[in-house]
Design a protein around this ligand. Structure first.
Ligand code: ZN
Length: 371
């Protein structure tokens, strides 16, 4: 899916907002009739309310159809209560009422003078490329005083690249990501921002004023955006590296991240799990688009196992950052050693043809044990 930010003039902003409100009013009207007459099927409801909706709400035919289907959809799961729709809920446009113009603008139907408005949108080169694979419909979404167009794209995935080795990836806290080549991506900046935010939160929560709450919300969003940007860059570099060196990527499966949240209390605050899940999903998504294979390995002992001699011992993990084997004295950065263990597990999975046969493209599940 791509998400484009619309850049309307103040007048266009007003008319888009008015259009959303009117369409959702019409949804509520259709819902009321559906509830009152216990008519929940889209076809029957259409016959009941279509003309009214066109006349009372001045909506164009396509929007009226969408409104009725949105109301009918609302009753698909549950017919025990009357459905109500938020005034600024998203509405769907099809190609007849929303057209993408070649110069990063859309022609979109609004209530204003019942005519099309031509509105520019913000678009990067990648998004422009993806827009060519658009599937048809577009949602108009209103969030934080901003309008967005969400549209689904169907990108053909490239065939899987040939794999000669595996790049092990360990996701952590101090190091957001460590790979089996010994490269680490530090969370310093992100964690610094989080720490500052937590301090600010403690202070503002004491005041409890409205302005304080607003400031907190803004800071939270800023932190979220920054971490998203960091995740985007890290995942891009990792996937490019794997592609360049003809390697698959091995990650711990999801239980790994949950079970390894045994972190000190001071660190738990920094452990924003959405950020981990986002980084994982960015890596998987970008790998799929470039044809890099991703294998998931079980998390067992990856942080306690010696990558050189295979000795598994809790005592091997001297501290959060230092690993030192009690048997062969092999030592190093514990995240890098965990990544190396993940690489070994991942390679075993890649080399097992029985697994390869049943694997879905871009994803293989390793069943091999580490011991
Ligand atoms: Zn050892």
């Amino acid at each position: 899916m791509i998400n484009l930010k619309l850049l309307p003039s103040p007048y266009q902003h007003k008319s888009l907002l008015q259009t959303l409100e009117q369409a959702n009013d019409a949804c509520n009207y259709a819902s009321e009739i559906a509830w009152g007459t216990q008519t929940f099927g889209q076809f029957k409801l259409h016959k009941l309310v279509y003309r009214d909706i066109r006349e009372k709400f001045s909506l164009t035919a396509q929007v009226a159809v969408r409104v009725i289907s949105k109301a009918a959809d609302g009753y698909k799961l549950d017919r025990k209560t009357q459905r109500a729709f938020r005034p600024h809920g998203a509405i769907t446009y099809d190609d007849r009422i929303l057209r993408y113009l070649p110069d990063d603008r859309v022609s979109i139907w609004t209530l204003a003078e019942k005519a099309r408005q031509t509105i520019p949108y913000a678009c990067g080169p990648k998004q422009r490329e993806l827009l060519a694979y658009r599937m048809g419909e577009t949602d108009l979404v209103y969030r934080d005083n901003t309008f967005y167009l969400n549209t689904v794209v169907d990108v053909e995935e490239p065939p899987l690249l040939e794999t000669e080795d595996v790049l092990g990836i360990d996701l952590g806290i101090v190091n957001i990501l460590a790979d089996s080549d010994g490269e680490t991506y530090s969370g310093g900046q992100v964690n610094g921002l989080r720490k500052r935010h937590a301090k600010l939160r403690a202070r503002l929560q004491k005041t409890g004023s409205r302005a304080a709450k607003r400031l907190l919300r803004q800071r939270g969003k800023k932190e979220h955006r920054f971490a998203g940007w960091v995740n985007h860059n890290i995942s891009k570099r990792v996937v490019l590296k794997a592609e360049r060196t003809k390697r698959a990527i091995a990650l711990e499966n999801l239980q790994g991240i949950r079970s390894r949240t045994r972190v000190r209390k001071s660190q738990r605050r920094q452990h924003h799990s959405w950020s981990f899940f986002q980084l994982r999903s960015f890596i998987q998504y970008k790998a799929r688009l470039t044809g890099v294979l991703v294998v998931l390995v079980p998390p067992a002992f990856t942080s306690q196992r010696c990558a050189r001699c295979g000795c598994v011992d809790k005592a091997n993990r001297v501290s959060q950052s230092l690993f030192s084997c009690v048997r062969c004295f092999f030592a190093g950065n514990s995240d890098t050693i965990a990544a190396e263990n993940i690489r070994v597990l991942g390679r075993a999975a890649v080399n097992r043809p029985d697994l390869a046969a049943s694997a879905t493209p871009g994803l293989k599940l390793a069943k091999s044990r580490l011991l």
